[in-house]
Design a protein around this ligand. Structure first.
Ligand code: TRP
Ligand code: SF4
Length: 417
């Protein structure tokens, strides 16, 4: 398994530096300079890395079309651990992206054994949250989307068992449906381009999902008919698995081009212009012309008891429907970066970077940068004690959830369309 990233493990720590160096994920800072407005999740180091985000930043800046797509596995109630991805999707929609949300019921059924009706119910909860946050766009359940399932089958023609073994550690005992859910996720990520034609797509995900992103980029590449390359003095359109008719169509599309065995050379053309035309020809010829998808990677907000926020550990997560009483209990009992005694805390200050309460603020509950900086300062200086800090965080979270639930009521009618 590549670097031991298992997207289905319930808890694990990921070595971010190693991901950068071993897998070519780039630090997010290399892409944000192209953005007209850098969102707080990028400024605050929550989104740490990306693949090919430059083309998304370009699209945002120039107002050209792009897609934002992600999926949620309906294997439990949504909770604050899912909020980051939801906000990222909504932000990209607000920046002009076409939204796509897949409810990964195939994955939940195959991997977690969830019943289809249970998937439906949890799926509706995820969608309710998304709409309340301002989501606009397409939503679907994997199991009900025929075009998606056909695309998954097509993707599966480019995936073999040794890859699944190398990437995910699949064995002889892995259920075929599990492998099919992988092909379905690949199809999810490419679906916006099936729907709207070739276009950049950003997939905001937790860093554990990178194996899926790499596999999808690989499949998208393999499904291309042509490779467009700059060769000395000309642009060369090379067939990867194009039918003769498609090669002929490329030749005809570019007057002055020369056709050879398996490639067409075009003198004095611009690479971008050729790329675009060739993608269109691929589609006319029954291909896909996929643009390799981009991704952003965020780190995980820890659970209130440390570790991962997970619906299987009730005291670790905050549900969107948490009662006031439970919310208070959970926040007040959470693991902090405070010292053993009040004296020590006053003298040494707390350690916000280790504190689940601080991170809850960093991720979601202190949207104003000045306010967050002040929490951090007062904590480090020993001016604020954990009891007060937790109480204030509880109040903010309570208000946040109350507002969000009100919005859910207002947008409830969108969930079932
Ligand atoms: N596998 C993802 C998870 O476990 C869910 C998912 C399904 C997904 N399809 C996707 C994520 C497409 C991103 C893009 O949460
Ligand atoms: Fe965490 Fe607040 Fe305590 Fe600092 S004061 S350690 S931020 S709970």
């Amino acid at each position: 398994m590549q670097q031991g990233i298992n997207p289905w493990a319930s808890s694990q720590t990921v070595d971010v530096e190693k991901l950068f160096s071993d897998f070519g994920i780039e630090p997010i800072g290399t892409a944000t300079s192209g953005l007209p407005e850098v969102p707080s999740f990028m400024r605050r180091g929550i989104v740490v890395g990306h693949r090919d985000y430059g083309r998304i930043a370009d699209a945002i800046r120039t107002g050209s079309p792009f897609n934002v797509m992600t999926g949620f596995m309906p294997s439990g109630h949504p909770h604050l651990g899912h909020l980051m991805v939801m906000k990222e999707v909504v932000w990209h929609v607000q920046q002009g992206g076409r939204g796509y949300i897949g409810v990964a019921d195939r994955e939940a059924h195959a991997v977690r054994g969830m019943s289809w009706t249970q998937c439906k119910e949890y799926g509706r909860e995820y969608l309710a949250c998304l709409y309340a946050l301002g989501y606009e766009g397409t939503t679907y359940y994997q199991s009900e989307n025929t075009r998606l399932k056909d695309l998954a089958f097509e993707a599966a023609t480019k995936i073999n068992f040794s890859e699944l073994q190398a990437i995910y550690g699949f064995t002889q005992d892995t259920a075929l449906a599990h492998a099919m859910s992988v092909a379905t996720q690949v199809a999810d990520i490419l679906f916006p381009q099936l729907d709207c034609g070739p276009s950049p797509t950003v997939v905001p995900v937790g860093i554990d999902q990178d194996p899926h992103i790499r596999l999808t980029r690989d499949v998208a590449y393999k499904l291309r008919m042509f490779l467009v390359e700059r060769r000395d003095g000309c642009i060369s359109v090379r067939s990867k698995n194009a039918p003769e008719a498609a090669i002929e169509a490329v030749h005809r599309a570019f007057p002055g081009s020369k056709k050879y065995e398996g490639h067409v050379d075009i003198p004095g053309a611009s690479c971008e212009a050729v790329e675009e035309r060739v993608r269109a020809i691929e589609i006319e010829q029954g291909g896909f012309g996929f643009v390799l998808p981009s991704a952003t990677y965020h780190t995980f907000m820890p659970g209130l008891q440390g570790g991962k926020m997970s619906s299987s550990v009730p005291e670790s997560f905050i549900s969107f429907w948490e009662t006031e009483k439970d919310l208070k209990k959970k926040v007040m009992a959470s693991l902090t970066g405070g010292r053993m005694t009040l004296e020590e805390q006053k003298k040494l200050g707390g350690e916000p970077e280790k504190c689940s309460v601080y991170l809850l603020n960093l991720f979601h509950m202190a949207p104003d940068d000045g306010e967050l900086a002040e929490i951090c300062r007062k904590c480090r200086a020993g001016e604020m004690m954990c009891g007060t800090c937790k109480k204030e965080t509880f109040e903010r979270t309570k208000e946040y959830l109350k507002d969000l639930r009100e919005k859910m009521d207002e947008t409830a009618h969108l969930v079932d369309v």
